[in-house]
Each structure stands twice: as C-alpha cells, then as structure tokens.
Design a protein around this ligand. Structure first.
Ligand code: 25A
Ligand code: L14
Length: 340
C-alpha cells in the first residue's frame, strides 16, 4: 500500500510543538500535496518555511479545513475543543495534541507502538488524540513488559522540561538563569515560582484529590492506551530547570516474575526504545541525549529488592518530539497509508 498525497494543516504552527510538527513532516518525507499553517490572530503576517518554501500563516477559523484531509492540532485545549469538530464536519481527520479529547470514549488515544489498531476508530468522531508527553514515553517500554509479565502497579515520578509548557516557558527559564547569574532580580510570569535552579512539584492545575491534572492524566491515559483498567498507577510530576527532554523514574510490579536481565533483553527488542544502560561506564539515559532525536531511552534497569516482582527503570525522551510532534506525525502517517 502506498500513501496517497494528502492535504494537511498544522494548527498552532507557530508554537513550540507546532514548529517541531513542521520539522517532522519534512524530516520524515510525509506525502504532502498541499500544506496550510494555522495559528491565532497574533501570528498573522508571519511566514514559516516548509521544504524551502515560505508559507504565510493563516488565522485558525471554522472555515480553515475545506479540502484538508488531515489536521494536526497543537494550539491548546481551548482552540481544539472549538475547532476540531468544525474540521471533522468538513471531512478532515484531526490528530489533536491537547488534553481536550483524550478521555472522550469516542476518540481513540494512540501511541503507534502500543495501539496502532485503535486508529481505525477515528471514524466515530473524526478525531484522534495524541497522549500527554509523560504518558507516551512511559507506555512504550511498559507495554512491552506488560504483554509478557502483566504489570499490576506503576509508581512514577517525573522530571519534566519547561518546553512542555510552550515557547514562553523556554524564554522564562533562559531569562531567569541569566538574571540570577548576573545577580539581577529574577521575575516569573509563566510558573507560580522561580524555575531556574529549582524544582516545582506542580504541573498543570491542582485537583480536589490533591494530585495535579498532569498526574491524573498519567493514570487515566495509561489505562486507556493499554486497554486495562485494572493497572494501578500513581504519579508525582515535577518541573525541573531543563529546556528539552523529560526524565522519569518508573517502578513497576508484575504478576509474573521478571528479572532485570530479562527486561533488558526484552527492551532491546522493543520498537521505539533504545537501551542505554552501562552504569560501570557511567552510561545511562540523560535529557541532553534524549533531546533532538526520537528514541525513548531506557536505563538503570534493576530488580526492586524491596518486593518479589518489581523492576526499576529510568526513562528519558524528547518531550517535544516523541512526547508530542513525532507521535502525532506517526499517527498521521498511518492514517494516510492505511485509511485515507
Ligand atoms: O490546553 P493544553 O492542551 O494543556 O495546552 C496549552 C499549551 O500547551 C502547549 C501549547 O503551547 C498550548 O498552547 N502544548 C499543548 N500540548 C502540548 C504538548 N503535548 C504543548 N506543549 C508541549 N507538549 P505552545 O506555546 O507550544 O503553542 C501555542 C501555539 O498555539 C497557538 N494558539 C494559541 N491560541 C490559539 C492558537 N492558535 C489559534 N487560535 C488560538 N486561539 C499559538 O499561536 C502557538 O502557535 P499564537 O499566534 O498565539 O502565538 C504565536 C507566537 O506569539 C507568541 N505569543 C504567545 N502568546 C502571546 C504571544 N505574544 C504576545 N502575547 C501573548 N499572550 C508566541 O511566542 C508565539 O511565538
Ligand atoms: O499535553 O509541560 O496535557 O506544562 C499540558 C502541560 C503537556 C505538557 C499535555 C506542560 C501537557 C504541559
């Protein structure tokens, strides 16, 4: 089956994720017929490059999707809620990176290495959701383990880069770092506290149960993607002063016994994963190595000696690439190849 050339739109094209989506479409030679860049009124007058061609940014509106086959959205939850249904009504399939549609029962939530088959359910609403960045990088290695050893419980703590919040947060960390080193006053607008030289146990808003929304996304999205509501998940999500690349400490408990040696061999065979694990040589996954490429790096693979069936992992990935743009473009590729 060869992919037909598609008319594609990128909504939120001028943002941190939108920019990477455009780069991914170029890098991966996506079969583009016509391409359209959409953003808010603020971005009117800007031009973005695609394959050496300058393309003017258009304002996202109800009529943006006539003649478009696939639209990938990363303009935030508000615009997605409002405009994804307009796009679908015009026969365009939306791949949405916001949290707006992820838990809708009629919207598949897809990580191609895990549940590519769920893409077929795009026909229900015309929308496919791209999961949260922290969830994506965790479920790829976890899924391989789950199929063989059945995971019963996951305890995860994240160390998340500021780029997840968007361009303004990248600028805030940069400005604060410079200000502090220069001995000047440090200002904050994006986060409620200084992020430079600090860690904030706070991502997205706090909920009534004391968890943040980001933490509960990891619980609900993991279960939905793995189609297993019995898996117990508890998360603590932390913002750290890193520009690109999320890291995660993942502790899993399995029904069948698995040794660290077996898990390492299994992950060596897992698509999308690269085992980086040679502690004797000081080799382990790091955000700076995850950034700028698409693999999910897994290391520090070891037996949890406090329980009989437990494993500890350290997982890093580029939150803007595999955590957002790459995963969305991979979904669009499958759509173009197998369904349109
Ligand atoms: O609600 P969610 O799903 O939780 O998402 C909230 C935000 O998180 C990011 C994304 O921010 C999103 O807006 N995000 C979402 N999912 C993510 C993921 N998985 C994710 N980040 C990482 N991983 P962003 O900054 O990356 O992208 C914002 C883009 O969305 C466009 N946009 C915003 N509102 C829109 C809209 N487009 C159409 N209609 C709307 N109503 C936004 O375009 C950007 O492309 P823009 O035109 O608003 O901004 C373009 C330039 O202007 C600067 N700028 C932004 N805000 C302001 C501003 N300048 C002045 N004043 C401002 N208030 C930006 O620097 C940008 O370069
Ligand atoms: O996709 O890091 O649900 O501030 C929203 C919060 C992405 C990360 C999502 C952050 C997230 C973002």
């Amino acid at each position: 089956m060869s992919a037909k050339k598609v008319n594609i739109a990128v909504a939120g094209a001028t943002g941190a994720v939108g920019n990477q989506m455009i780069a991914c479409l170029e890098e991966r030679n996506f079969p583009v017929n016509q391409i359209k860049f959409l953003a808010s009124h603020r971005s009117l007058g800007r031009e973005l490059k695609f394959n050496n061609e300058q393309i003017a940014v258009e304002e996202l509106g109800e009529d943006s999707f006539k003649g478009i086959d696939i639209a990938i959205f990363s303009a935030g939850g508000g615009p997605s809620k409002k405009f994804a249904p307009c796009a679908a009504a015009d026969g365009c399939v939306v791949v949405d990176n916001s949290s707006a549609w992820r838990m809708d029962a009629e919207v598949p939530l897809v990580v191609p290495e895990v549940n590519a088959g769920a893409i077929a359910r795009y026909t229900q609403k015309g929308i496919i959701a791209n999961p949260n960045c922290s969830t994506i990088q965790m479920v790829v290695p976890i899924w391989a383990i789950h199929q063989r050893y059945k995971i019963t419980r996951i305890v995860v703590s994240t160390y998340q880069a500021v780029s997840g919040t968007g361009q303004k947060a990248i600028e805030e960390l940069d400005n604060q770092t410079r200000a502090i080193i220069a001995g000047e006053k440090c200002e904050h607008n994006v986060y409620p506290h200084q992020i430079a030289f600090n860690c904030l146990p706070h991502i997205d808003v706090f909920l009534e149960n004391g968890y943040t929304k980001e933490e509960m996304k990891m619980v609900h999205e993991t279960r939905k993607i793995m189609e297993d509501d019995t898996i117990r998940v508890t998360a603590t999500t932390v913002r750290v002063p890193v520009f690109y690349g999320h890291s995660e400490s993942v502790n899993i408990e399995t029904q069948e016994h698995a040794s660290a040696v077996e898990i390492k061999a299994l992950l060596n065979e897992t698509d999308g994963v690269r085992v980086v694990d040679d502690p004797v040589a000081d080799i382990y996954p790091m955000a700076i190595d995850a950034a700028g490429q698409d693999d999910i790096l897994v290391g520090r693979i070891r037996d949890d000696e406090s329980i009989s069936n437990g494993i500890n992992l350290w997982v890093t990935a580029d939150n803007i690439r595999k955590g957002a743009a790459t995963n969305a473009v991979q979904i669009a590729e499958r759509l173009a190849k197998d369904y349109l």
